[in-house]
Design a protein around this ligand. Structure first.
Ligand SMILES: Cc1cc2nc3c(=O)[nH]c(=O)nc-3n(C[C@H](O)[C@H](O)[C@H](O)COP(=O)(O)OP(=O)(O)OC[C@H]3O[C@@H](n4cnc5c(N)ncnc54)[C@H](O)[C@@H]3O)c2cc1C
Length: 306
């Protein structure tokens, strides 16, 4: 029996684990990936908006946390697959057959990339549809590409790809891009980049590799095909909640509903970070939520050194 089991080791889960450890709680942190850090592994932009810390990217930020990780006493299990969880009973069954129990559970499972759900999306994954502009752009160097989406991730990837690709077409269904100003200002003067707003990609076409995308620009106009060899999809995120969503209150988008103490509709089950906070998906909010949950749990369990 642990005091606290935390599911997910992104910034939110790590912050709760540090705080729980500091407050003297017996803490177990479970992570399905091989490394802790969550989305930090996908952040290639400089992190300049976390108070007191600047890092050139997510991995560099994680390196700043490493000494604290090494000096903490909480248990941390990576590559751990959860089979099922009973939130009311506070029990977790692992794929390995092991059963875990805690007095409190903290859900810190974050978000994942949303899929388009169009023809060709599955078929051409890894055959022209790439996962990351920064890691895989060399595969598409010299080729025409299409980036789908209108937020920070889409804009940032369009800029990265435009460094090595002759043309980058950014297709966004909204009227205006909602990427941060810094990115939008760099898109406009870039001659390699064309932005289609109020447009949707309806199909990804190819043979053994992507050859084109079908774009529908406006009602009444016929869709047309744009020849491209690469596609990158960045249309937002959705919360990792489906495997326990029927056990607590979630909102219409699948995010966990919490009160001001980060507690869910199930007593002693807390949710923190992006999975419970669509308004502020940031490292600051994730770590702050983590501290709140730890403090509340320690106080309810009558523990805590400060
Ligand atoms: C490209 C990009 C740039 C960004 N730039 C910034 C920035 O400049 N500043 C900023 O503040 N924020 C930035 N962010 C956002 C920031 O990274 C997130 O807000 C933050 O990582 C959220 O932390 P989290 O712990 O809630 O979730 P996540 O980081 O998503 O971590 C969730 C963890 O839970 C694990 N998990 C999920 N399901 C399970 C399960 N069933 N069992 C076990 N483990 C599970 C996942 O593997 C993951 O490790 C950026 C994000 C991206 C993608």
């Amino acid at each position: 029996m642990h005091d606290v089991i935390i599911i997910g080791a992104g910034p939110a889960g790590l912050s709760t684990a540090f705080w729980c450890d500091e407050l003297g709680l017996d803490t177990l942190l479970l992570e399905r990936a091989s490394e802790v850090g969550g989305q930090l592994h996908s952040v290639f932009n400089p992190i300049k908006n976390y108070l007191g810390v600047e890092a050139s990217n997510g991995k560099a930020f994680l390196e700043l946390i490493s000494p604290q990780l090494q000096n903490s006493d909480f248990d941390q299990w990576t590559e751990t697959s959860i089979k099922s969880v009973d939130l009311r009973a506070k029990t977790i069954s692992l794929e390995s057959g092991e059963q875990l129990r805690a007095l409190a559970i903290v859900i810190a499972t974050g978000v994942r990339r949303r899929k388009l759900g169009i023809e060709g999306e599955q078929e051409f994954a890894g055959k022209g549809i790439i996962d990351s502009g920064s890691c895989e752009r060399n595969l598409l160097a010299g080729q025409d590409v299409c980036v789908i989406g209108g937020g920070d991730a889409a804009a940032e990837n369009a800029l990265l790809l435009a460094e090595v690709c002759p043309t980058v077409t950014l297709v966004h269904r909204g009227k205006r891009l909602h990427a941060r100003r810094e990115f939008v200002e760099r898109l406009q003067p870039n001659h390699a980049i064309t932005v289609f707003t109020e447009s949707v990609v309806t199909r990804i076409i190819g043979d053994d590799h992507v050859q084109a995308v079908e774009i529908h620009r406006r009602e009444g106009l016929k869709p047309f095909q744009l020849a491209v060899r690469g596609v990158l999809i960045r249309i937002g995120v959705e919360p990792n909640t489906e495997w326990f969503a029927n056990q607590l209150q979630i909102d219409s988008q699948g995010y966990v509903v919490v009160n001001g103490e980060q507690e869910t509709s199930v007593p002693f089950v807390f949710a923190i970070g992006d999975v419970a906070n669509p308004q502020s998906p940031t490292i600051s909010s994730a770590t702050g939520n983590g501290a709140t949950a730890a403090k509340v749990i320690a106080s309810r369990l009558n523990k805590g050194t400060r």
